[in-house]
Each structure stands twice: as structure tokens, then as C-alpha cells.
Design a protein around this ligand. Structure first.
Ligand code: SF4
Length: 364
């Protein structure tokens, strides 16, 4: 029997290349923590951070699943450094999975060619119809349509590039009524892989919105199964919808998020580092390495807090991302934290009830 305690080191490392964003998405916590001073990642610091992480993973016998350049904020404005980092990782750690997330505004054929040539998974954060996208995503300083810009960029791409992009729409209580139309729209553009996300700031779902959520998820499940069946029959490309980020099947031992930020520090949650410093979520530094004990203690603190607020302790499994919920409550000083926790659990229960079986369906 393997008695080794599983490591607290997360299996995925996410990297941010700056601390400021030129968008102002409705659901994004960056809106609360914009800084006047933009810090852009330093190539050496990020390389050192990556090496610290890989060294720790080897020591802990943890298989690294992914290194991702996340869109908090979008990495493409820093394309030159991104490119250098990808070349560096590919040279030193040939088999590592690399992911680049983007809002699509600066996406073009050349960048995609480089990313695909280097075996990088490109995740496009795009919400579907104009109605949903322009409601959720806005520029910080101008009123142009984000939807129009992304569609203009997509139209210039070869079809085989569209097929390779993994698209990740976000939905919120305000856009849930449009979920199936959004997915249908994305599928019609030609995307083959859709990752359903409800990331960002956990939100309060009213009774009415939870009902809409259940209706839309049921419709989506039906749409998905019909499309799968139709595509198998016609031997057409498969549409795959990933629902996994909506679930927390067994509370991960460690964190869903583990960040190496542009300043060279490691954090256990997705908030900009100048905000995180205030609640001390820093668990390492590119020069000195990662403090596993600190990760463990932070995790325990979060679980203890959430458990103390939940009447039925087994309900904790319905919180898709406990660390995100905790940091939201603490950093934004959410006044109605209990309602937020209860609403998150109700959300998780509906997702489980409707999609649990379909989440088990992998690529056919
Ligand atoms: S979700 Fe990403 S693109 Fe949108 S405001 Fe936040 S950091 Fe910027």
C-alpha cells in the first residue's frame, strides 16, 4: 500500500506577465485592484520561478500537468516575453504541457502559428453571442465592442486554427438565460472544444437565476448529446464540452490555482499580488523557492473558515473553488458572506445534479 502523503504542491503552475489589464470584464476581480503602476514580468525572474517549481515537483514526486500563461491579465500584449518564455520552456522541459489563455483581442495568425508550432494549447476566453460578450466584457478606456473585435480577428484565421483553439466562455447570473445560444453560436463558428467556466468572483445566484441555471444546463446537456450523436452519425468533427471546472468532485488536496506572478512571487490564489500581500497568500519567491508548509497552512485555514460557516459540513464538496470563494470574501470584505457561501453551494448542487453523469463523458 502506498502510504506516502500526497504532496500539497499544485500540479499546475499559472504565470501572469503583468499586473494590469486593458479590459474591464464585469465578473473580474481585477476591477477592484487596478494599480497605477504597471509591472511587467522579467524574463529571468519567471525562468527562475519555473525552475523552482519544477525542482520542487521532482522532489515531491508530483507530476506537473501544465504550465499556463493565464489571462489575468491577457499575456498577448507581452508577446515578445511570452515567446521567449515558451522557447525557453520547450528547450528545457520538452514534454511539459503549455497553455496560453487570451481574450482574443490581439490574436492573429502569426502568433497562433508560433503557439501551435510549439505545441501550445490556446484557450480563448470568449463568451459567445454579442449580447453576452459585450455585456460581460468591456474595454477599460473606450466603448468599442469586444465581440466585434474578436470576431474580426477570428474571421482572418484559417479554419484549422479555429478547430485547434479551445474556447472558454464565462457565464454569470446575468447571462445564464443565454447559455445554450452562446454555446450554439461558438459551435457554429467552428470551435470543437468548449470549456465551460464560471470563474471570476463568486456571485450570488438568486432563486430565480438558479432556476434559469438548471433549465439552461438541462437544455445544454440535451444539445450536447444530440450534437455528439449527429456528429458520430455523420462522421463529422466532434464537439467536446468540458464541464470539469464547474465541479469540485473531491476537494483537491491542494489549490486549483497556483500562481507565479510577474513580480516573481508564488501565490495560492488569483488576485493581483498587491492585494494578496494584504492577506498573506504569498507562498514563495523565485529566488528562495516554494514553502510547502505555508501552502498546507493556507489551505487548512480556508477549509476551517468555510466549514465553520456551513451548517452541513458535507456540502463543502459543492464549492467548485474554495480558495477563490475565501479570498473573495476576505479581500472584497463581502458583507453578506453567508449568502454568498450558501448561493455557491446551491449553484454547485444544481451543476452536480444536472451534469454529473455528462462530466464523466470524455472525448469519444
Ligand atoms: S477577465 Fe481577464 S481580460 Fe477581463 S478584466 Fe479580468 S484580467 Fe482583464
Amino acid at each position: 500500500m502506498n502510504t506516502k502523503v500526497e504532496s500539497f504542491l499544485p500540479r499546475e503552475l499559472e504565470i501572469t506577465l503583468s499586473n494590469n489589464c486593458f479590459l474591464k470584464c464585469k465578473y473580474c476581480f481585477f476591477n477592484y485592484f487596478q494599480s497605477n503602476k504597471t509591472i511587467t514580468a522579467n524574463f529571468e525572474k519567471i525562468c527562475e520561478g519555473i525552475e523552482q517549481y519544477i525542482k520542487k515537483a521532482k522532489k515531491e514526486n508530483v507530476k506537473v500537468e501544465r504550465i499556463g500563461f493565464v489571462d489575468y491579465p491577457d499575456p498577448l500584449p507581452y508577446y515578445e516575453i511570452l515567446k521567449k518564455l515558451i522557447i525557453y520552456i520547450r528547450k528545457k522541459h520538452t514534454d511539459l504541457k503549455i497553455e496560453v489563455q487570451t481574450n482574443g483581442i490581439l490574436l492573429d495568425e502569426n502568433k497562433l502559428k508560433f503557439l501551435f508550432d510549439n505545441n501550445v494549447l490556446v484557450v480563448l476566453k470568449f463568451d459567445g453571442t454579442k449580447q453576452s460578450t459585450d455585456f460581460l466584457k468591456k474595454y477599460r478606456n473606450i466603448s468599442n465592442s469586444i465581440f466585434d473585435k474578436v470576431i474580426e480577428n477570428l474571421k482572418k484565421l484559417p479554419n484549422e486554427y479555429i478547430k485547434k483553439i479551445n474556447v472558454a466562455p464565462t457565464f454569470t447570473p446575468d447571462t445564464i438565460h443565454n447559455l445554450v445560444s452562446d454555446i450554439n453560436f461558438l459551435s457554429d463558428i467552428g470551435f470543437c472544444e468548449i470549456q465551460l467556466k464560471n470563474m471570476g468572483i463568486p456571485m450570488i445566484w438568486s432563486k430565480n437565476n438558479l432556476e434559469k441555471l438548471e433549465i439552461e444546463l438541462k437544455k445544454l446537456k440535451l444539445f450536447y448529446l444530440k450534437t455528439l450523436f449527429k456528429n458520430i452519425k455523420n462522421k463529422k468533427h466532434q464537439l467536446v464540452i468540458h464541464f470539469s471546472s464547474l465541479f469540485n468532485e473531491d476537494i483537491p488536496k491542494t489549490f486549483n490555482e497556483f500562481l507565479l506572478e510577474s513580480n516573481g512571487s508564488f501565490y495560492t490564489a488569483y488576485y493581483p499580488f498587491y492585494a494578496k500581500d494584504s492577506i498573506n497568500f504569498k507562498v514563495g519567491y523565485h529566488k528562495t523557492g516554494i514553502n510547502l508548509n505555508k501552502i498546507k497552512k493556507t489551505k487548512e485555514k480556508i477549509m476551517k473558515y468555510l466549514n465553520s460557516k456551513i451548517s452541513n459540513s458535507s456540502d463543502i464538496i459543492y464549492i467548485p473553488n474554495p480558495a477563490l470563494l475565501y479570498t473573495t470574501i476576505k479581500l472584497l470584505k463581502v458583507p453578506n458572506s453567508l449568502s454568498l457561501i450558501e448561493s455557491t453551494i446551491k449553484f454547485g448542487k444544481i451543476v452536480n445534479k444536472v451534469l454529473y453523469d455528462i462530466n464523466k463523458l470524455k472525448k469519444i
